[in-house]
Design a protein around this ligand. Sequence first.
Ligand SMILES: NC(=O)C1=CN([C@@H]2O[C@H](COP(=O)(O)OP(=O)(O)OC[C@H]3O[C@@H](n4cnc5c(N)ncnc54)[C@H](O)[C@@H]3O)[C@@H](O)[C@H]2O)C=CC1
Ligand SMILES: CC(=O)C(=O)O
Ligand SMILES: [Mg+2]
Length: 372
Amino acid sequence: MKIGCPKEIKPQEFRVGMTPNAVHEAVAHGHEVFIETGAGAGSGFEDDAYVAAGARILDTAEEIFATAELIVKVKEPQAVERKMLREGQVLFTYLHLAPDPEQTRDLLASGCTAIAYETVTDDRGGLPLLAPMSEVAGKLAPQVGSWTLQKANGGRGVLMGGVPGVLPAKVVVIGGGVVGTHAALVASGMGADVTVLDRSLPRMRYLDDAFGGRFKTAYSSPGTTADLIATADMAIGAVLIPGAAAPKLVTRDQLSTMKAGAVLVDVAIDQGGCFETSKPTTHHDPIYEVDGIMHYCVANMPGAVPRTSTIALGNATMPFLLALADKGWKQACADDPNLLNGLNVHAGKLTNYAVGKALGIDVVSPQVAIKG
Ligand SMILES: NC(=O)C1=CN([C@@H]2O[C@H](COP(=O)(O)OP(=O)(O)OC[C@H]3O[C@@H](n4cnc5c(N)ncnc54)[C@H](O)[C@@H]3O)[C@@H](O)[C@H]2O)C=CC1
Ligand SMILES: CC(=O)C(=O)O
Ligand SMILES: [Mg+2]
């Protein structure tokens, strides 16, 4: 199969969809791989490394999209990329369609088959292609939040770990999944006083067993969230209902109950955000203030550490990428219900129920779509 990997064009996005190692494996499986020149440079992979692994370098994204049957990316296709997608072409990348009606409309119009990393599942109910980036974003969240807490950046001027005789910062993490756990571990490692809120009792039991003492857990009800938010120096939004728009768990009215200069880091912004006042920002201009509360809402946080993120993402996508290329998308999805859960769009139809519900669009079941 002809596999193409264009350079990412989202602002300050330096990750790349395929590493030279991934190219090497795909070529060993008999596939042809086309990489846009410079695509890996931001992650420390120069064209030479791809050529040594067996890829051909093409000069433009147009050539990549025109040549490849399977396009492998990191971020959702931007408007100019969506225009280059065609019927029958397979797109394998993050999509986050629930909060993005324009992208959804364009993908449906293109006739392509789009498989979203973030809705591919595993046998234990996890999201194996979201997890590596959630690990990265979770670890980054207290780091960027503590920077935002600094006075010169608009924050309260509180040090995460305090000092002898001065209390540490209070951090509330809403959602104790992959992002939330990694955020809680780093925040507690920095010395903060951390509480994780979740609605899953089994998940909180696991967190307590595995990390007991390093942070506290509390059931995520509106009342508990309101109480904790009012005394927090930092809240990290890390909830997920797979495929769906994030629930709004802190309203604008609640900002007035918070301490001036407190910080909201909304990692769930790629699913629309879990704070009512969140709107997506970029690494170039990551923070803004509403009612005296600082917000950090970068939708591609792992792009800040592209070397780590590209390798971590490539490790996770590799088996799925090889299955898609070796068998073709229909057989690969028919053989693997977890990969089939990644199917969001096929031949002008939406195939993910959570996305359809969020956007009010009719859905064809993925099982039916692969027979079409
Ligand atoms: N901004 C960025 O760059 C990145 C964003 N993300 C996003 O971060 C979010 C979290 O991802 P993961 O941790 O991998 O998901 P996950 O599925 O591992 O964890 C989500 C957790 O939220 C909990 N939850 C659901 N509703 C809740 C509620 N009302 N209150 C409290 N907890 C609730 C679930 O029980 C689960 O434990 C997703 O939206 C994901 O797309 C992930 C990576 C990078
Ligand atoms: C998960 C995601 O959206 C990202 O890594 O950018
Ligand atoms: Mg994102």
